[in-house]
Design a protein around this ligand. Sequence first.
Ligand SMILES: [Zn+2]
Length: 496
Amino acid sequence: MSELLVRFSDILVNDNTANRNDCGYALDIGIIVDNFGKSRNIWYAVMEQENIDHHSWVLRCHVEAATRPPEVFASDRDPALITAVANVLPLTFHLYCLHHLNGNVSQAICASIGPEWTRFNNMFWEAYPSYLQRELYACREHWAHAWVSSRFVVGIRTNGRCEVENRINKSFLGPKVSLKQLFDYFNDRSKGQTVQDMVRVRDSSRRQHDNPIERVFPGPLRQLRAYVGPFAVHTSFKEMSASVYYQISTLLLPDGVRTWLEYAIHVTREVGFNWVDREEMSGTMNMFQNDNAYISTQFLLRLITGHGYSVKHLFRVQRIATHATHILAVLADGRYVCDCCMGMNLGVPCRHFWCAMTHVQSLGFHVGVIRRRWYQDPDLDISAIPTITLDHTANGLRVEPAALLSTSIPHPLLSNPLETISTEFPATQTRPTDIVNARTAFHEVQAALRPLINEVQTQEQLDAVLENVRGIRCIACLSFVYLLLTRFTATDFGMN
Ligand SMILES: [Zn+2]
C-alpha cells in the first residue's frame, strides 16, 4: 500500500464523517487515484477532535508515508482543515469541493432567512450575489473552473470519491462498531480494491480497439501502448476517435495587431457556457465530454503570455455537426494549450489536439504530453523517446516546415505548459522543497558529520568543529528567512 502511495502521491482526496464507531470519533479518509483513474483508499484515521492540531498530525503522517506532499489536496472548505493544509502543505494546491460549496450556499441562505424562505425566493437575485461575493468569490482560485481548469487536478472537481466511500461504509459501520471492528473492515476493504486493480490489469491487456483509428494514429498509438498505462491509452483512444468529427482553421492576426497579446487585450467579451445536467457537482472525474466548456480566448492568451510564452499559431477547432468551437494555441517551442483545458487538468490530450495533429503537419506528438503519473513506469526517461508527426496533410493545411520533427523536448512540463512549479519528476526523486521525515534527516546528518567527529582529538579541534556547525545553523536560518520572504513576495504581489 505504501508503494501505491509513493507512486500516486500527486493528489489526495479527503473527507470526514461522524457516526462510524462506538467512540464517537470522526472517521477521516484519504483517497488517491491510481493509473486506471480509480480510487484507492490509502489511509483511514479516527479523530477525537476535528481541529487544526489533529488535522495537521494526520497530514504530517501522510507526507511521511508518501515521502512528499501532494500537488493537489481536495476537501470541503473546513476552516481548521484549511489552516492545517496551509501550515503542513504550503506548496500544495487546496481544491475546494464544489458539491460542498453548493451545500454551504443553501445552508447559509436557509439559516439566515428561516420561515421567510418563500419571500426570500422572490428576492433571490438580490441576496444570493452578496453571499457569493463575500464568501466564495474571495477564494475563487480554489474552486472556479477558470482557475482550476489550467491546473493538473486529475480531473477532480469535488471530493465525491470520499462521498462514494462514505456511502459504502455507512452500510457496514455505525455508532455501535468498535475500533477493532473498524480496523478489520478497512483492511478487508483495501484488499478488495487491490483485487479489483488486478482484474482491471487483466481486462485492459485484452482490450481491442477499432481499426480505422489505428490507421489514422499508428505512431502515437504505438508509443502510448509502449509507455503509458491503460487509463491514458483508453482515454486517448476515445479522444482520437472523437477528433475525426472536427474541422480546423487557422486564426490570423487582424490588420494592425502585431502580437497575440495585443489581440488578447482587444478581443471582445465572450459568451459564457452552461454545465450540462449539473455535471460540475457529480462524478468523480471530469472526462471533458461537455464540448461547450472552455475558458475565454482572452483569458487563455493572457495565461500563456503571462507565463512568458509566445503563441506561434492559433487554431479554431470546430465540431462539424454542433459547431462547438475551441481555440488551440501552439506555442513557439511546439507545446500546445487548448481552451478546453483537458490536457492540463487531466494530463491526457484532448480531441482538439488530435484533430490539430492530423491536419497540421508540423505539430508533433511526444509521450510527454501525457502526465507522468499515467505512465507504466514512473521513472521513464522521456528524453530518449522521439517526437513523432503524422505523415499526413489532410485538407492541405501546412503551417511551416517540420520544425518540430526533432527528437528534442522543449520543456519537461509538456502536459501542462502553464504550471509554475516543475512537478514532473520521477516518483523516486525528491524535490529540493520536499519534506523529509525525521529519521531520514537524522541518519543523513549523522552520516555527514561522522567524518568530522572522527577527526576531533583535541579541545582546539572540538571548538573549531562546533564553531563551524554554529555557522551552518546561521546560514540555515538565513535561508529559511529568505524562503519566507520570497514566498510572501510571490503571494502578496503575484497573480492574486
Ligand atoms: Zn481541447
